[in-house]
Design a protein around this ligand. Structure first.
Ligand SMILES: NC(=O)c1ccc[n+]([C@@H]2O[C@H](COP(=O)([O-])OP(=O)(O)OC[C@H]3O[C@@H](n4cnc5c(N)ncnc54)[C@H](OP(=O)(O)O)[C@@H]3O)[C@@H](O)[C@H]2O)c1
Length: 256
């Protein structure tokens, strides 16, 4: 299966959130593929990630690690400049960065647990950083088949919210979905071969989900490798005609 619909050349790929979890698993899978020319592995600790070091030792110049805090626009501009040194375009960007209970974010159970700092921390990472990443990478996505996919979450669906709680996280993913939808409309005009997708990875055994796994049945808790494989399948099957849509790991469309 080709990496993207209509892509024939070896792909230039960037993963933001690459040092661990689902992003790292995506890097591993992508580098195993013959149709991927290069992977830029971006995160705050990319150069200090032992797992990314293993990939760098194995794949040499096919993997380039870039340290970047995606909440910092000057760091995002530096990433775009670093990519441009090697390639005039990217074919696939997957933004996997996100927080739930880290870096000032809180998985609130009630209104009483909400505070401005937690809301802002969550929105900064989950909604604002991914769309600013797209802003800075846009010049690299204006020709050729190009997909920008960001990991959202089913709990960001407003129609699907029957349990409440996780105020900041749910709202930040809903905001991310709306930002991506707007971007999909703008990108249609700039590059008819571009696709913007919101993807729900399913509950996956990572640092992000670790404190919340006790009630998850074992068969519903995926390994990062399994999730990464399912996400690449979704990316491969949705081209420009599906731009601005929201999909789960298993191919089901998610209501907004
Ligand atoms: N795991 C799940 O069950 C689950 C379910 C639904 C949705 N999701 C979504 O899937 C995505 C990936 O989750 P995960 O479970 O793989 O999380 P994770 O294991 O915590 O990994 C998050 C990655 O994002 C990077 N990151 C965080 N903040 C960053 C920033 N400001 N700038 C650059 N990189 C940053 C981290 O690396 P550094 O520390 O090196 O920066 C790390 O590589 C998230 O958006 C999450 O909301 C996950």
């Amino acid at each position: 299966m080709p990496l993207l619909p209509h892509l024939t050349d070896p792909a230039q790929v960037l993963i933001a959130g690459a040092s661990q979890g689902i992003g790292l698993a995506l890097c591993r899978l992508l580098l195993e593929r013959g149709d991927v020319a290069r992977v830029w592995a971006v995160s705050r600790q990319a150069s200090r990630s032992a797992a990314l070091q293993v990939l760098a030792d194995r794949y040499g110049p096919r993997v380039i690690r870039l340290d970047c805090d995606a909440r910092d626009e000057s760091a995002l501009a530096a990433v775009a400049a670093a990519v441009t040194e090697h390639s005039a375009h990217l074919n696939l960007v997957v933004c996997t960065l996100g927080i739930l209970h880290q870096q000032g974010a809180r998985a609130e159970k009630s209104l009483a647990q909400l505070d401005l700092a937690g809301l802002q921390a969550t929105f900064n990472s989950n909604a604002f950083a991914p769309i600013l990443l797209l802003k800075h990478l846009l010049p690299l996505l204006r020709k050729h088949p190009a997909t920008f996919a960001a990991l959202s979450a089913r709990v960001g669906s407003i129609d699907d919210n029957h349990l409440g709680g996780w105020y900041s996280y749910r709202a930040s993913k809903a905001a991310l979905n709306q930002l991506l939808r707007s971007a999909s409309i703008e990108l249609k005009r700039l590059n008819p071969q571009a696709t913007v997708l919101s993807l729900h990875p399913g509950t996956t055994d990572t640092a992000l989900s670790a404190p919340f796994q006790s009630n998850v049945p074992a068969e519903q808790l995926f390994t990062p490798a399994y999730t990464a494989q399912r996400l690449l399948e979704r990316i491969a099957e949705h081209g420009p005609e599906d731009s601005g849509s929201f999909w789960a790991w298993d191919g089901q469309r998610i209501e907004w």
